[in-house]
Design a binder for this molecule. Sequence first.
Ligand SMILES: *[C@@H]1O[C@H](CO)[C@@H](O)[C@H](O)[C@H]1NC(C)=O
Ligand SMILES: *[C@@H]1O[C@H](CO)[C@@H](O)[C@H](O)[C@H]1NC(C)=O
Ligand SMILES: [Zn+2]
Length: 503
Amino acid sequence: MKMESVLIWRLLPLLTLIASTLIFFYAQNFNKLPLDKCSLLPYHHYWISSKRIVTPEGVVSGAVEIKEGKIVSIVKEDSKHGNFKQEVVDYGEAVVMPGLIDVHVHLDDPGRTEWEGFLSGTRAAAAGGITMLVDMPLNNDPSTVSKETLELKLEAIKKRIYVDVGFWGGLIPDNAFNTSALEGLLSAGVLGLKSFMCPSGINDFPMTNITHIKEGLSVLAKYRRPLLVHAEVQQDSENYLDSDDPRAYSTYLKTRSPLWEEAAIRELLKVTKDTRVGGPAQGAHLHVVHLSDSSSSLDLIKEAKTSGDSITVETCPHYLAFSADEIQDGDTRFKCSPPIRDAANKEKLWEALLEGHIDLLSSDHSPTLPELKLLSEGDFMKAWGGISSLQFVLPVTWSYGLKYGVTLDQLALWWSKKPAMLVGQESKGVIAVGNHADIVVWEPDVDFDLNDDYPVYLKHPSISAYMGRRLSGKVLATFVRGNLVYKEGNRAPAACGVPVLAK
Ligand SMILES: *[C@@H]1O[C@H](CO)[C@@H](O)[C@H](O)[C@H]1NC(C)=O
Ligand SMILES: *[C@@H]1O[C@H](CO)[C@@H](O)[C@H](O)[C@H]1NC(C)=O
Ligand SMILES: [Zn+2]
């Protein structure tokens, strides 16, 4: 009896120590358990620290506090020491920037998943630092032109998107005069509408004329959402002759002159005046997609802005990176519409972007099957038009922008803040308290060769016009609403992106 009680007394401190150690480790590990598979980082509350955090107040050194998917504080360097009670991911000199929002993407799903699809497409987006993309209503089959066809997309994204995805609905002659059909589509959550002023190349997505566009704007006014327009109108004067070499890029260029863009924009401006304050379509907004012509077309848009029209314009990295004289005959990877024009045009696009006349950038990622690119025939007239680029837009904009002195703030403006405004997402697009923790971490000074050894997640890397290039700016990590979805070649086990629907 006596012996036993002595033993207990002797063992008690040890037992207490063991118990408290167990509790300590349990508590520690509880926080570290992969509570779900959505993130490569098992914390719900943590800090991302860096010497270069891109905020609306400029680039700061410090840390971003993230809790339950949101940014809850931004701590400047001086005040941060010793204050962290939770986990810190330190990125040193790497840039911490708002995730990119790509408002113009064709993922071809459902119906043409062999072209791209949500799975490969959003994985490539995550690897490229894109935290939200907006999927176009065409190239998927059927086209997204009604509430019912939008539902097919919502079904197709389930467990198949690594980043957040919003949707544009299609404005076509068939629904343009049917207010209840358009309202059904808008009420179902599309972020706005998209239409073409020339043939789209997709049978169930016919082109609209200016009457359809005017009708569309009047419905959109009520919802305060934008109409995106492919602004090219076919001009009779420029024809493809049998004597022209279809492998020559100059042939393709000749058949789609800047006059197509100019004519379309001139027509559009007849109806965008309705969007002015006090106008019949006040509340609606017109956004010109993928502008290529930096001369008359751009001047017209500038004038409209000055007059108070609610209008914005985007261009794409391929118009900023390439010029016609560099495109080899037969290299149909570079075919897109409107076409990539001459070097002087490219210089003027940069100028307009830097001066703010071009509002934002988008990829217009528009892939297809390698067979339809006709890479071996090299026939520019018959090949599918569209540039495959989604994973590379950040390093491309940075690499080609270096000689124009592009800043981190400008990248964040063109790729995050302005796109978020276009799609009406007030909780995205800037690193600010209360916003979604949508963040890209990247190394501006690291160069890489986009060769066959480079991990490309797009379904068909071979059709991308960027393959073979040397680029600057390597994406290290991508966070979507606090989930680390991509980290140096690895992705989160589960695809936990969510649909972004307008309310
Ligand atoms: C308008 O759209 C609605 C809903 O999609 C449809 O039921 C109706 O038949 C359409 N009306 C016309 C005239 O096409
Ligand atoms: C546009 O097409 C519709 C038919 O869908 C037609 O009623 C309208 O007059 C056309 N508008 C113009 C300007 O051609
Ligand atoms: Zn497009």
